[in-house]
Ligand binder design. Structure first.
Ligand code: APR
Length: 257
């Protein structure tokens, strides 16, 4: 399961890193609070903010990182049960992760619909509107057309609910990559594997640790169930690939420098 930390080395800011995170760099939008840019109320009041951000983040402007290719390597080795991502940059797809092994839990730019009448719109047309700094308007009712990115308060894609129980019943190793584990229900996935299933956190900060509010969180001290690599995701997956004897297979996946 992954978050924005696996894409920062591609040049896409994460959300909460002090100083560099997106939420520290939205002053120009005069938001009541940072996450407002991903709420429907604010979208209705000031749509320009989200669509300016969408233009910056739109897929196609960035390349996958070694971490994305490591997920592809797990797939090639036949050990990837499923990759749950919070990211909307579709870099897992660009790295070759198969659609059936992917759950884009916070949606993506792959579809677009009117927030009032739900009328679906062509994403190429939506992108053309975004590129010319226009707010895409519904051809049926004039409402705002939003890419199918999950806003705060919206339901996660149906696929998430359809797969999560069975996947975490089968899960025999959970790898958590580049996320602060602050946004539910996605963050709750980290506590879903069975108690005997090992969990590996690869992240710059230690997150998701056990406490009174998170009794099933990571316990890196008292048990040997949970392990952590604190550092860059790219370095962490290289460390893991070498430990697995997969360094040359991993190297072969990476694009020429
Ligand atoms: N290597 C390792 N860890 C990194 C790196 C990196 N190169 N870059 C950032 N990190 C870590 C940060 O230290 C942080 O712990 O990744 C984590 C990123 O956390 P967030 O910025 O909160 O991003 P994420 O967890 O994906 O946010 C979840 O919040 O606003 C919503 O919908 C949005 O999907 C997003 C959700």
């Amino acid at each position: 399961m992954a978050g924005a930390g696996i894409s920062t080395s591609a040049g896409i800011p994460d959300f909460r890193s002090p100083g560099t995170g997106l939420y520290d760099n939205l002053q120009k939008y005069d938001l009541p609070y940072p996450e407002a840019i991903f709420t429907l109320d604010y979208l209705r009041s000031k749509p320009e903010a989200f669509f300016t951000l969408a233009k910056e983040l739109y897929p196609g402007n960035f390349d996958p990182t070694p971490c994305h290719y490591f997920i592809k390597l797990l797939q090639d080795k036949g050990v990837l049960l499923r990759h749950y991502t919070q990211n909307i940059d579709t870099l897992e797809r660009a790295a070759g992760v198969r659609d059936d092994l992917l759950v884009e839990a916070h949606g993506s730019f792959a579809q677009a619909a009117c927030i009032d009448c739900s009328h679906r719109h062509d994403t190429e047309w939506v992108k053309s509107q975004i590129d010319k700094d226009a707010v895409p308007r519904c051809e049926s009712c004039g409402g705002i057309v939003k890419p199918s990115i999950v806003f705060f308060g919206e339901d996660l894609p149906r696929r998430f609910g359809q797969l999560v129980s069975e996947d975490f019943e089968k899960c025999d190793l959970l790898i958590v990559l580049g996320t602060s584990l602050t946004v539910h229900p996605f963050a709750g996935l980290a506590t879903m594997p069975k108690p005997e299933v090992p969990r590996l956190l690869i992240n710059r900060d230690s997150v998701g640790e056990r406490d009174i509010l998170n009794p099933d969180g990571f316990d890196f001290i008292r048990t040997n169930r949970d392990a952590r690599y604190l550092g860059s995701c790219d370095d962490g997956v290289w460390h893991l690939a070498r430990g697995l004897g997969w360094a040359s297979d991993f190297e072969a996946l990476l694009p020429e420098k």
